[in-house]
Structure formats: C-alpha cells, structure tokens
Design a protein around this ligand. Structure first.
Ligand SMILES: *Cc1c(COP(=O)(O)O)cnc(C)c1O
Length: 471
C-alpha cells in the first residue's frame, strides 16, 4: 500500500472507531491527525517521514529516548523466554529483581513493592493500603484522606476523589468519596493572597488547620512531591514538602507520595522527595519506571505498614487487591534495563548542565510580555501564558492559547502539549544540549508568534489545534 492510501486508511479507521483520551472528538474529526510510526532518541517520526522533537516525552513517560538499545534488547530477550505469567500464586525472577532494585533506590525506610499497571492504580493501591492499615491497627475511624487543591492523582474514581482540578474532576463529584482539601502552594496565584517568601509558608499553616480538625478521621495525606504536574507544573516553595512530612508525623497520618510524574529522575534526582530529605510512608510510581516503553506501576511501602497485614489466612488481613497484569514480565524487563541505565550512563549527572541550559533559555522566555510565570524543577517545566502580565489576567479558555502555541510549535518540528494556558516542556532526560536549544527556541518563537501584540493570528481560530484540546 502506498503512503497516501495507508494514511487515508488509518485516518478513516481512527475517525470511525477510535475514541482518544482527554479529547473533544468532534474537533478531532475535523482535522487530519498526526500519525506517528517511529521513534529514535528524542525524536518521533510521522507517516510521511517528518521528524519532530518529543518535547513532552510522550506525556511524561520517556526517560532515555525512544529505541534505546538496552531497553529494546531486554524486551526482545524476554519475549523469547516468556511474556507474562501471574504473580497470584507464582513468582518470577524479574519481578523479584526489580523489587530489590526499587527498594535500593527508593527513599529510606521503604521496603515492600506492590505492582500494578498505571499511575492511577498505584494511587488506588496506596489509598486502600493506608485505609486497611488503620483498620487492622484498630483505629477504625481513620477512613478519610487529605489532598491539595490543584492535585492530580489519576482518573479512576478513588484517584479522582483525592484530585483537585475542577476542569477535570468537578463533573464526577456525585461519584466520589469525600476528601479534605488543603491549599495548594501555588505561589504565582496564591489562594491565601500572600507573597513568597514573606508569607513564611502560610499554606503550610492552612494544611495544619485541616490536620488539626480532621486528623482523628484521616488515614492518609496524598501529595505530588515538589511539583503539582497536571495543574500546570506548580513548583512548591522550599521547605513546604518537608513541612508536610513533619505535620504527618505530628498528627499521625500516613504520607502517600505520588511520584508518578516526578519520580525516576524527572526533577534531577531519582525521586523528588530526596530534594528535601523526605521519606514518605507510601510511594507511588508509574510513568517513567519502564523508561516509557510499557505500562507498569509500583506502590512502595514502609515495613511498618506491611507488617500490620500479616496473620493467618483466616484472620482476613490479606491485602485483597490485584490487577491481572500485575508484574508483567516484559514490563519488568524494560524497567530493570531502564533503571540500570541510570548508573551505567550517569543519567542524573549528565542532566545537571542541561538543567542549567534549560534555566538560561527559560529566563529568556520569561521576558516575553505574555509569559506570566515560568516554573521549573529539573526537566519539568511550565510556562504560564497570561493576557496581562501586570494583573496576571489569564487568557479565557475559549482563546485556546496553549493549544495554539503548541500547534505553532508543531509546524516547526516540536511536539508539545499544553495544560490550559500553561505550556509544558518535559523532554526525555537524555536530550542533548543542541536539541534542548532547538526545543526552547521553537517554543519561545511559537509563544511570540501566537501571543505577540503585532500578531494577526490572535483572533484566528482554526488550524490544527482542535486535535490537542483538553476539555
Ligand atoms: C499521570 C499521573 C497519574 C496517573 O497515571 P496514569 O498512568 O495515567 O493512570 C497519577 N499521578 C500523577 C502525579 C500523574 O502525573
């Protein structure tokens, strides 16, 4: 089949039978889709053979680039042995090896690994473990959770119950269990109308008020350490995370760290918790764990939690939870190869000068008259666009500013995806200095072209943006 015919066939099948995530399908169907057929390093190739920089690591998962030989080989080698066997009643070498590796790199005190297959399930597992822990301990009233406004922990019902992004979560509120909300440390738009650092972390006092009032009925506090990702890369002020750990201790509440996005090197350390020397009681991992090759997640817990579940079969203390593909052998093989590469290639060390380059380039972008705030932690970047820099007035949703900037960048060979008015950059950790410069230059130019005061495109809707919409 020639390329044109193949493209027509894929477009037709996609339009007729495929429902894309977080996508307004009516607008999707109005535009030809970008069809990806290959990946190499930080690049993705479309069906016509055009190459693009994968500027968001295929939605925050890719770590060592596409087509990384060590990970490809590990998967191929494993396919020849076996692709999947269950962990219900059976063991296999890779699940055990990987568990040992994860415990070795995880913050101190975390000793047991429970596998599942997505970030949402890693969080569900963490919530249910925390709940059941207190039930067995005899603190039967500890059944609730505390989370932050602007939090994102996944799209299953339990994970949405501890979520705090109105745009995604509000509609489902009748389905959710109630959780208590503490103020998000979003300094650029402080909920408490304070200024950092003179505020001395008033948001932490807000958190303490919630704990003071509800700790007796609270099983756990769920938090994305250091960066609230899906809310627009909201970076915490220094000391906040450490303060949260201290409060969890003080009020006897389990700390559940959702490092699904921040974990596995993304912030410049293996885990975001390390930046403030914090060890959570439960750690949730997914996205980058396999290097972005296969779905796998892990919920890692402290020994004290695990121990409470021990007893005789008839005691009914087992953790009654499991997903069919738990500990999939191919996914474990990919994860082992990915984590091994950190040491072998010095991934984190090599990131350091590139984080500096990113900082320098972002400083230029922050000068732009319609860039209100630039937030960065390692290779997690959010560029918040505003209509008015002085008043911080946001662009209205219907202007689709973020979407339009990304559509413009796409024309110049960069694939990025916005979160509302926030442009996200999240390249693979192995991106070269040269590629990083291209990514930031093209992004900066796209912001200029779309938002620039002289830009006639300002009111022009249309183009390709419909396909990238979050709604
Ligand atoms: C992406 C994400 C999740 C959900 O992971 P899925 O694999 O999409 O279910 C949970 N928490 C955080 C912090 C995330 O960024």
């Amino acid at each position: 089949m020639n390329i044109k015919a193949l493209k027509r066939r894929i477009e037709k099948l996609d339009r007729e039978h495929l429902w894309h995530p977080f996508t307004q399908m009516k607008e999707w169907a109005e535009e030809p889709p970008l069809i990806i057929t290959r990946g190499r390093g930080v690049f993705l190739k479309d069906i016509y053979g055009r190459w693009y920089i994968d500027g968001v690591s295929s939605i925050w998962v890719n770590v060592h680039g596409h087509g990384k030989k060590e990970i490809d080989d590990a998967i191929k080698e494993q396919v020849d042995k076996i692709s999947h066997s269950t962990l219900l009643g059976l063991a296999h070498p890779l699940a055990a090896e990987l568990a040992g590796m994860i415990v070795k790199i995880a913050p101190r005190g975390l000793t047991k690994v429970f596998y599942s297959d997505s970030g949402s399930t890693a969080v569900e597992v963490g919530l249910k473990m925390a709940f059941q822990y207190w039930q067995h301990k005899g603190n039967k009233e500890k059944t609730k959770f505390i989370s932050l406004t602007n939090a994102y922990h996944g799209d299953t019902i339990g994970a949405v119950s501890v979520g705090g992004i109105e745009l995604f979560h509000e509609l489902f509120s009748p389905l959710l269990f109630k959780s208590f909300k503490a103020p998000s440390p979003y300094c650029y738009r402080c909920e408490l109308n304070k200024k950092h650092p003179s505020c001395r972390l008033t948001c932490l006092k807000g958190m303490e008020e919630v704990l003071k009032k509800h700790h007796k009925e609270t099983a756990g506090l769920v938090i994305e350490p250091l960066v609230q990702g899906a809310a627009g890369m909201i970076v915490f002020p220094d000391g906040y995370l450490k303060g949260v750990r201290r409060l969890c201790n003080k009020y006897n509440v389990l700390m559940i760290a959702d490092e699904v996005a921040t974990g596995i090197g993304r912030t410049g350390k293996m885990f975001a918790c390390e930046h403030e020397g914090v060890s959570p009681d439960i750690l949730c991992l997914a996205k980058g764990i396999t290097g972005g090759y296969l779905p796998l997640a892990a919920t890692v817990t402290a020994e004290k939690i695990y121990r409470v579940f021990l007893g005789r079969y008839k005691d009914l203390k087992s953790f009654f939870h499991g997903h069919t593909y738990t500990g999939n052998q191919l996914a474990c093989a990919a994860a082992i190869a990915n984590i091994s590469l950190f040491k072998k290639e010095g991934t984190l060390r090599k990131m350091r000068p590139r984080i500096k380059i990113l900082e320098r380039e972002l400083a230029k972008i922050s000068e732009h008259p319609h860039v209100g705030d630039v937030r960065q932690k390692g290779f997690m970047v959010g560029i918040e666009l505003v209509r008015d820099k002085k008043t911080k007035e946001p662009y209205p949703l219907e202007d689709k500013m973020g979407i339009r900037v990304c559509a413009e960048a796409l024309k110049n060979g960069v694939i990025i995806r916005p979160l509302g008015n926030v442009i996200v950059l999240m390249p693979p950790l192995t991106i070269s200095a040269h590629e990083l410069n291209s990514l930031t230059r093209i992004t900066g130019e796209a912001i200029g072209t779309v938002t620039g005061p002289a830009c006639p495109a300002y009111r022009q809707a249309g183009g390709r943006q419909g396909r990238l919409v979050i709604s």
